[in-house]
Write a new protein. Structure first.
Length: 96
């Protein structure tokens, strides 16, 4: 069964390559096919289908880490470090 699914995935990959899609769409289709094939291989050959609790914990940790790393720059945008306390207005050109 695993061999049949991987063979079918390879046939679909080759068929998708023959269609000559636009580059963004071709990348999306290739990633979807690769994700399905990779998930199947990981769940069957690596026996990950029996370890759902650990997989969900790892995914949750990844999501939390991602959110932390995405919010850190927001705190540094408005912190004011490096800006002078009294910023003077630039001199007016033209002598008026």
């Amino acid at each position: 069964m695993v061999g049949a699914v991987l063979f079918a995935g390879t046939v679909i990959t080759v068929a998708a390559n023959q269609v000559h899609l636009a580059v963004p769409l071709a990348i999306t289709v290739a990633l979807i096919i690769a994700t399905i094939k990779g998930s199947f291989v990981a769940s069957v050959f690596m026996h990950l289908s029996a370890e759902r609790k650990w997989i969900y914990a790892a995914l949750l940790l990844t999501a939390v880490g991602f959110l932390v790393l995405m919010t850190i720059p927001m705190f540094t945008v408005n912190d004011g470090i490096g800006t002078p306390i009294h910023a003077e207005a630039p001199a007016h050109a033209g002598g008026h």
